[in-house]
Ligand binder design. Structure first.
Ligand code: SF4
Length: 380
């Protein structure tokens, strides 16, 4: 996608991700790494500072900072100050850096919001999931819809002009009308960004296990497809750009500039247990356990679990997979050079899965639906 919001973000400046792997309770569908042992936060913070020191001379300037989790809003002002002070003293940040914090409605206070503004956080991503209290109970979320509405009001009152709302759909018992009601309620707050995640059942999560045991059921493929298309149509009709499979922006300026880096192969540094990094064709990722992460850093070792260096062919292939998840699309040269697939592009365009626009092959809404298999069709 051509980003008209800020030329600056089109560049190759790296992004910084800090993983805050703590939650007050675990949601049964979630497969992100986090622990409920929040007493470990001070140790984690010491570890994060030590890990940042390793990269002081390898990364200089960032133009996005994303604090994700887990639940970064669990950090108290002192902990957040320690982290931000260290970052601002030791790394350069562009003047218009997008600084995001992920937050849950049950741990946000007006004081915290004021504090976030004071220290320069300019984007909040709120884990709302639903405005339907029965759905929230099913998903074992700790908040109610009324609480969320109050927090959204506070976020706007605190002056945040870049608000992202995370929603979830496609789970047992959810009707189309209930889902539309949730989207409508979210739109009442005019969020600049919406992430709508379709329910997935990773085998190691409680929901994944319950599904295997037959204690819950999964929507059928056709129903999932209907929900996906409904979501895309509904939000586009309300003026949002469906710019990535699960992501919608009110305008081009408010896409998630940090997440774009992942999809565009722009370098990023991930700090914290389980965080992934990418730079100069090399990818590496940290060990997940907070305890082991801290132990390795206290002994002076980088907490890296594994790394891989991408060959040119692997890198092109990844670009193909990533590009076909967004309205960025891919350069036909990338596809053609590898697979002589001009004919295939024509066939995919004819079947409505892609369109060719401004010299790019771009997935359509139906193309997004089959995003995982779309690259394979090219490779064929
Ligand atoms: S969904 Fe969010 S709050 Fe729930 S366990 Fe996962 S990271 Fe924690």
């Amino acid at each position: 996608m051509e980003n008209k919001g800020s030329k600056h973000f089109n560049g190759n400046t790296p992004g910084l991700y800090i993983h805050v792997p703590f939650c007050l309770s675990k949601c049964p569908y979630c497969d992100f790494y986090s622990t409920t042992s929040i007493s470990l936060i001070p140790n984690w913070l010491e570890g994060v500072i030590e890990e940042l020191k390793i990269y002081k001379d390898r990364f200089s300037t960032f133009d996005t900072l994303y604090m994700g989790g887990g639940t970064p809003s669990l950090l108290n002002p002192n902990q957040l100050s320690t982290l931000m002070d260290f970052l601002f003293r030791n790394f350069e940040f562009s003047p218009d850096t997008e600084i995001t914090i992920e937050a849950n409605p049950d741990d946000i206070t007006q004081d915290k919001l004021k504090y976030y503004r004071d220290i320069g956080i300019n984007r909040i991503s709120l884990g709302v999931q639903s405005f339907d209290d029965r759905a929230l109970q099913y998903l074992k979320r700790r908040h109610t819809s009324r609480q969320t509405e109050k927090i959204l009001g506070w976020i706007r009152a605190a002056g945040f002009g870049n608000l992202g709302i995370d929603l979830m759909y496609g789970f047992e018992g959810q009707t189309e009308s209930a889902w539309v009601r949730t989207m409508k309620r979210a739109l009442d707050f005019r969020p600049e960004h919406l992430s709508c995640y379709q329910m997935t059942y990773s085998p190691e999560t409680p929901f994944g296990k319950m599904l295997t045991q037959g204690r819950i059921t999964q929507m059928g493929e056709e129903e999932e497809r209907t929900f996906f298309l409904l979501t895309s149509r509904f939000l586009e009709e309300h003026g949002y750009i469906h710019y990535e499979i699960s992501n919608f922006a009110r305008d081009e300026k408010h896409v998630s500039h940090h997440n774009l880096k992942y999809w565009r192969h722009v370098p990023y540094l991930g700090i914290g247990p389980g965080a992934h990094s990418f730079n100069e064709g090399r990818r590496w990722w940290n060990i997940k356990s907070v305890f082991d992460y801290c132990r390795m850093l206290s002994k002076g070792y980088p907490p890296v679990e594994e790394s891989e260096t991408l060959s040119k062919e692997q890198s092109d292939l990844e670009m193909l997979y990533l590009g076909l998840r967004t309205v960025d699309g891919v350069d036909p040269g990338l596809v053609d050079k590898q697979h002589q697939s001009k004919k295939i592009i024509g066939e995919l365009a004819e079947s409505g899965l892609v369109k060719v626009h401004a010299g790019r092959v771009i997935p359509t809404r139906t193309g997004f639906l089959v995003a995982d298999s779309l690259p394979l069709l090219f490779l064929n």
